[in-house]
Design a protein around this ligand. Structure first.
Ligand SMILES: [Mg+2]
Length: 153
C-alpha cells in the first residue's frame, strides 16, 4: 500500500456493539452513572443531610448507594473489556492531587493565587524543559498546595 492510499477499513461504517453481555455490562455502568449524577445533584440542591420528600430516604445514603453501584460496575467493565488497570491507576494518581487542590481552593482562594504565582515564576525560569517535566512539577505544586490546605483546615 502506498503512503497516500487510504486503507479499506477506513471506509467501513461504525458497527454498534452486538454482544448482549457487552451491551448489558456497558449499559448498566451508564445507567448507574446517571443515578449517581441524580443523587449528587439532589445533594447539591437540597443538602446532603436532607431527605427525599416522599420516601424520607436520606440523601447521604442515596449518594453512598449510587457511588457503590458505580464502583461495582466499573470493576465489571474493566474486567469485561480488559481495560488497562495500570494505565488507569497512573492517571488516577496524577489526577487526585490536582482535584484535591482544586477542591480545597474553594475554601482558601489565597492558596490558588499562591499556586498560580509559583507556577508562573517556575515556568518563566525554566522555559526549555520538556512538557512532561513541567507537568510533573505542576502536579507536585498542586499536591503540595492540597496538602497545605488540608493541614490548614
Ligand atoms: Mg443504582
Amino acid at each position: 500500500m502506498k503512503d497516500d492510499e487510504i486503507p479499506a477499513a477506513a471506509y467501513q461504517p461504525w458497527r454498534p456493539m452486538s454482544n448482549p453481555q457487552d451491551i448489558k455490562t456497558l449499559g448498566k455502568l451508564a445507567e448507574e452513572l446517571g443515578e449517581c449524577q441524580a443523587a449528587a445533584m439532589r445533594c447539591l440542591i437540597q443538602g446532603i443531610e436532607e431527605h427525599e420528600p416522599k420516601t424520607g430516604y436520606l440523601n447521604r445514603l442515596w449518594l453512598e448507594d449510587e457511588i457503590a453501584d458505580v464502583l461495582a460496575n466499573i470493576e465489571l467493565v474493566v474486567a469485561r473489556f480488559d481495560l488497562d488497570k495500570r494505565r488507569m491507576e497512573k492517571r488516577y494518581a496524577a489526577k487526585m492531587p490536582l482535584l484535591h487542590a482544586w477542591h480545597t481552593e474553594a475554601s482558601n482562594p489565597s492558596l490558588a493565587e499562591l499556586r498560580d504565582a509559583a507556577m508562573d515564576n517556575w515556568l518563566r525560569r525554566t522555559p526549555k524543559l520538556a512538557l512532561s517535566t513541567i507537568l510533573d512539577e505542576a502536579l507536585q505544586l498542586a499536591y503540595d498546595a492540597g496538602r497545605a490546605a488540608s493541614t490548614d483546615s
